[in-house]
Design a protein around this ligand. Structure first.
Ligand code: CTP
Ligand code: MG
Length: 231
Protein backbone atom coordinates (compact mmCIF):
# COMPACT_ATOMS: atom_id res chain seq x y z
CA UNK A 1 0.00 0.00 0.00
CA UNK A 2 1.01 3.62 -0.48
CA UNK A 3 0.49 6.00 2.42
CA UNK A 4 -0.57 9.62 2.84
CA UNK A 5 -1.06 11.45 6.14
CA UNK A 6 -3.80 13.86 7.17
CA UNK A 7 -3.14 15.92 10.31
CA UNK A 8 -6.17 17.79 11.68
CA UNK A 9 -4.75 20.86 13.44
CA UNK A 10 -7.63 23.30 13.00
CA UNK A 11 -9.11 23.10 16.52
CA UNK A 12 -9.18 26.02 18.91
CA UNK A 13 -7.82 24.19 21.94
CA UNK A 14 -10.62 25.45 24.17
CA UNK A 15 -9.86 23.07 27.02
CA UNK A 16 -6.23 24.19 27.14
CA UNK A 17 -7.36 27.78 27.65
CA UNK A 18 -7.79 30.76 25.38
CA UNK A 19 -4.70 31.63 23.39
CA UNK A 20 -2.95 28.32 24.02
CA UNK A 21 -2.53 27.66 20.26
CA UNK A 22 -1.99 23.94 20.87
CA UNK A 23 -0.33 23.03 17.58
CA UNK A 24 1.98 26.04 17.59
CA UNK A 25 2.99 25.93 21.22
CA UNK A 26 6.57 24.90 21.93
CA UNK A 27 7.42 21.87 24.00
CA UNK A 28 11.08 21.76 25.02
CA UNK A 29 11.91 24.23 22.25
CA UNK A 30 10.02 22.67 19.33
CA UNK A 31 6.43 23.34 18.22
CA UNK A 32 3.89 20.56 18.56
CA UNK A 33 3.12 20.62 14.81
CA UNK A 34 6.80 20.34 13.89
CA UNK A 35 7.18 17.39 16.23
CA UNK A 36 4.28 15.65 14.49
CA UNK A 37 5.71 16.36 11.04
CA UNK A 38 9.12 15.12 12.13
CA UNK A 39 7.70 11.91 13.51
CA UNK A 40 6.09 11.07 10.16
CA UNK A 41 8.99 12.36 8.03
CA UNK A 42 11.53 10.28 9.89
CA UNK A 43 9.24 7.28 9.38
CA UNK A 44 8.34 7.62 5.66
CA UNK A 45 10.60 10.11 3.93
CA UNK A 46 8.45 11.14 0.99
CA UNK A 47 4.77 10.43 1.67
CA UNK A 48 2.35 13.34 1.17
CA UNK A 49 1.33 15.02 4.43
CA UNK A 50 -1.67 17.35 4.59
CA UNK A 51 -1.81 19.73 7.56
CA UNK A 52 -5.36 21.00 8.10
CA UNK A 53 -5.34 24.35 9.86
CA UNK A 54 -7.63 27.16 11.02
CA UNK A 55 -7.89 30.20 8.70
CA UNK A 56 -6.70 32.47 11.55
CA UNK A 57 -3.53 30.39 11.98
CA UNK A 58 -2.03 30.70 8.50
CA UNK A 59 0.79 33.01 9.57
CA UNK A 60 1.52 30.96 12.71
CA UNK A 61 1.70 27.81 10.61
CA UNK A 62 4.04 29.36 8.06
CA UNK A 63 6.28 30.58 10.85
CA UNK A 64 6.47 27.28 12.68
CA UNK A 65 6.60 24.56 10.04
CA UNK A 66 9.72 23.31 8.27
CA UNK A 67 8.16 22.55 4.89
CA UNK A 68 9.25 20.17 2.20
CA UNK A 69 7.78 19.50 -1.26
CA UNK A 70 5.38 16.84 0.04
CA UNK A 71 3.94 18.81 2.92
CA UNK A 72 0.70 20.55 1.96
CA UNK A 73 -1.67 22.75 3.93
CA UNK A 74 -5.39 23.31 3.67
CA UNK A 75 -8.11 25.05 5.70
CA UNK A 76 -10.24 23.03 8.14
CA UNK A 77 -13.84 23.25 9.32
CA UNK A 78 -15.94 23.83 12.44
CA UNK A 79 -15.46 20.41 14.00
CA UNK A 80 -12.87 17.65 13.71
CA UNK A 81 -14.74 15.56 11.11
CA UNK A 82 -15.18 18.65 8.92
CA UNK A 83 -11.43 19.30 9.12
CA UNK A 84 -10.54 15.69 8.38
CA UNK A 85 -12.86 15.77 5.37
CA UNK A 86 -10.99 18.78 3.93
CA UNK A 87 -7.68 16.96 4.40
CA UNK A 88 -8.97 13.77 2.77
CA UNK A 89 -10.36 15.67 -0.21
CA UNK A 90 -7.01 17.38 -0.66
CA UNK A 91 -5.09 14.10 -0.44
CA UNK A 92 -7.43 12.38 -2.92
CA UNK A 93 -7.01 15.24 -5.40
CA UNK A 94 -3.23 14.87 -5.64
CA UNK A 95 -1.87 13.50 -8.94
CA UNK A 96 -0.51 10.41 -7.27
CA UNK A 97 -2.95 9.92 -4.45
CA UNK A 98 -2.06 7.06 -2.08
CA UNK A 99 -4.15 3.92 -1.50
CA UNK A 100 -4.27 4.47 2.27
CA UNK A 101 -4.37 7.35 4.72
CA UNK A 102 -3.10 7.73 8.26
CA UNK A 103 -5.23 10.29 10.12
CA UNK A 104 -3.34 11.67 13.10
CA UNK A 105 -4.26 14.37 15.64
CA UNK A 106 -1.85 17.31 15.65
CA UNK A 107 -2.29 17.17 19.43
CA UNK A 108 -0.44 13.80 19.65
CA UNK A 109 3.21 14.60 19.00
CA UNK A 110 4.63 11.62 20.92
CA UNK A 111 3.38 8.63 18.90
CA UNK A 112 6.31 6.18 18.83
CA UNK A 113 7.40 4.68 15.48
CA UNK A 114 6.53 1.24 16.86
CA UNK A 115 2.87 2.29 16.94
CA UNK A 116 3.04 3.55 13.34
CA UNK A 117 4.69 0.27 12.34
CA UNK A 118 2.01 -1.83 14.03
CA UNK A 119 -0.73 0.10 12.23
CA UNK A 120 1.13 -0.17 8.92
CA UNK A 121 1.67 -3.93 9.24
CA UNK A 122 -2.09 -4.41 9.60
CA UNK A 123 -2.77 -2.40 6.45
CA UNK A 124 -0.28 -4.58 4.58
CA UNK A 125 -1.96 -7.79 5.78
CA UNK A 126 -5.59 -6.69 5.53
CA UNK A 127 -5.82 -3.63 3.25
CA UNK A 128 -9.57 -3.22 3.51
CA UNK A 129 -9.76 -3.35 7.32
CA UNK A 130 -9.47 -0.08 9.26
CA UNK A 131 -6.81 0.01 12.00
CA UNK A 132 -6.50 2.04 15.18
CA UNK A 133 -4.05 1.96 18.08
CA UNK A 134 -5.65 1.75 21.51
CA UNK A 135 -4.72 0.98 25.08
CA UNK A 136 -6.70 -1.13 27.48
CA UNK A 137 -8.46 0.50 30.40
CA UNK A 138 -6.88 -0.29 33.77
CA UNK A 139 -8.86 1.93 36.17
CA UNK A 140 -12.22 0.88 37.60
CA UNK A 141 -14.92 2.78 35.72
CA UNK A 142 -17.73 4.57 37.58
CA UNK A 143 -20.90 6.09 36.23
CA UNK A 144 -22.29 9.02 38.21
CA UNK A 145 -25.50 11.03 38.38
CA UNK A 146 -25.71 14.82 38.27
CA UNK A 147 -25.02 15.02 42.04
CA UNK A 148 -21.70 13.23 41.62
CA UNK A 149 -23.01 10.06 43.25
CA UNK A 150 -22.13 6.70 41.74
CA UNK A 151 -24.95 4.91 39.99
CA UNK A 152 -22.97 2.00 38.56
CA UNK A 153 -19.58 0.34 38.18
CA UNK A 154 -19.04 -0.30 34.49
CA UNK A 155 -17.30 -3.59 33.60
CA UNK A 156 -14.10 -2.70 31.79
CA UNK A 157 -13.60 -6.01 29.95
CA UNK A 158 -13.26 -5.36 26.26
CA UNK A 159 -12.95 -1.59 26.73
CA UNK A 160 -10.08 0.31 25.11
CA UNK A 161 -9.05 3.96 24.78
CA UNK A 162 -8.68 4.95 21.13
CA UNK A 163 -5.58 6.78 19.93
CA UNK A 164 -4.34 7.94 16.53
CA UNK A 165 -2.97 7.44 13.87
CA UNK A 166 -6.01 5.65 12.51
CA UNK A 167 -5.54 4.13 9.05
CA UNK A 168 -8.01 3.35 6.29
CA UNK A 169 -8.33 2.91 2.54
CA UNK A 170 -8.42 6.50 1.33
CA UNK A 171 -11.43 6.25 -0.94
CA UNK A 172 -13.57 4.39 1.62
CA UNK A 173 -12.91 6.77 4.52
CA UNK A 174 -13.33 9.77 2.19
CA UNK A 175 -16.76 8.48 1.10
CA UNK A 176 -17.68 7.79 4.74
CA UNK A 177 -16.72 11.35 5.73
CA UNK A 178 -18.63 12.83 2.78
CA UNK A 179 -21.71 10.97 4.03
CA UNK A 180 -21.12 11.82 7.70
CA UNK A 181 -20.91 15.50 6.82
CA UNK A 182 -24.57 15.31 5.79
CA UNK A 183 -25.72 13.72 9.06
CA UNK A 184 -26.08 15.24 12.52
CA UNK A 185 -24.18 12.54 14.43
CA UNK A 186 -21.11 13.83 16.30
CA UNK A 187 -18.06 11.67 15.66
CA UNK A 188 -15.00 11.98 17.91
CA UNK A 189 -12.77 9.70 15.87
CA UNK A 190 -12.58 8.35 12.34
CA UNK A 191 -12.97 4.65 13.12
CA UNK A 192 -16.53 5.32 14.32
CA UNK A 193 -17.51 6.22 10.75
CA UNK A 194 -16.26 2.82 9.58
CA UNK A 195 -18.06 1.10 12.47
CA UNK A 196 -21.31 2.80 11.61
CA UNK A 197 -21.11 1.48 8.04
CA UNK A 198 -20.55 -2.03 9.41
CA UNK A 199 -16.96 -2.06 8.11
CA UNK A 200 -14.34 -3.91 10.20
CA UNK A 201 -11.78 -2.00 12.29
CA UNK A 202 -8.93 -3.73 14.07
CA UNK A 203 -7.22 -2.56 17.24
CA UNK A 204 -3.44 -2.78 17.63
CA UNK A 205 -1.48 -1.93 20.76
CA UNK A 206 -1.15 1.81 21.27
CA UNK A 207 1.33 3.36 23.68
CA UNK A 208 0.94 5.20 26.98
CA UNK A 209 3.37 7.84 25.66
CA UNK A 210 1.00 8.65 22.81
CA UNK A 211 -1.08 11.11 24.83
CA UNK A 212 -3.35 13.78 23.36
CA UNK A 213 -2.39 17.22 24.62
CA UNK A 214 -5.72 18.49 25.87
CA UNK A 215 -5.23 20.66 29.00
CA UNK A 216 -2.52 23.21 29.77
CA UNK A 217 -1.13 20.80 32.41
CA UNK A 218 -0.49 18.25 29.64
CA UNK A 219 1.84 20.74 27.96
CA UNK A 220 3.63 21.60 31.21
CA UNK A 221 4.07 17.93 32.08
CA UNK A 222 5.33 17.04 28.58
CA UNK A 223 7.74 19.97 28.64
CA UNK A 224 9.17 18.88 31.99
CA UNK A 225 9.63 15.26 31.05
CA UNK A 226 11.18 16.03 27.64
CA UNK A 227 13.66 18.45 29.18
CA UNK A 228 14.64 15.77 31.70
CA UNK A 229 15.30 13.39 28.81
CA UNK A 230 17.02 16.14 26.78
CA UNK A 231 14.84 16.00 23.69
N1 CTP B 1 -9.41 19.62 15.17
C1 CTP B 1 -9.51 20.15 13.88
N2 CTP B 1 -10.60 20.92 13.54
C2 CTP B 1 -11.56 21.19 14.44
C3 CTP B 1 -11.48 20.64 15.76
C4 CTP B 1 -10.39 19.85 16.09
O1 CTP B 1 -8.63 19.92 13.04
N3 CTP B 1 -12.58 21.98 14.07
C5 CTP B 1 -8.20 18.88 15.54
C6 CTP B 1 -7.42 19.55 16.66
O2 CTP B 1 -6.61 20.59 16.12
C7 CTP B 1 -6.63 18.41 17.27
C8 CTP B 1 -7.49 17.18 16.96
O3 CTP B 1 -8.50 17.60 16.05
O4 CTP B 1 -5.36 18.23 16.68
C9 CTP B 1 -8.09 16.60 18.24
O5 CTP B 1 -8.97 17.55 18.82
P1 CTP B 1 -8.87 18.14 20.28
O6 CTP B 1 -7.75 17.54 21.03
O7 CTP B 1 -10.24 18.14 20.83
O8 CTP B 1 -8.38 19.66 19.98
P2 CTP B 1 -9.27 20.97 19.98
O9 CTP B 1 -10.58 20.69 19.36
O10 CTP B 1 -8.42 22.04 19.37
O11 CTP B 1 -9.41 21.27 21.55
P3 CTP B 1 -10.76 21.54 22.38
O12 CTP B 1 -11.69 20.39 22.08
O13 CTP B 1 -10.30 21.61 23.80
O14 CTP B 1 -11.27 22.86 21.86
MG1 MG C 1 -11.99 19.26 20.26
Amino acid sequence: PSIGVVIPAAGRGTRAGAGCQKAYRRIAGNTVINRVLKLFRSWKTDCPIIVVHHPDDTALLDASVDRDANIYTTIGGDDRPASVLQGLRFLASLDQSPSHVFIHDAARPFAPHQVLNRVYECIVKEPTVGVIPAITVSDTLKKTDSNGLITATVPRDGLSRAQTPQAFELQIILDAHERAALSSTEYTDDASLFEELGLPVRIVAGDAQNIKLTYLEDFEEADRSLRLRNN
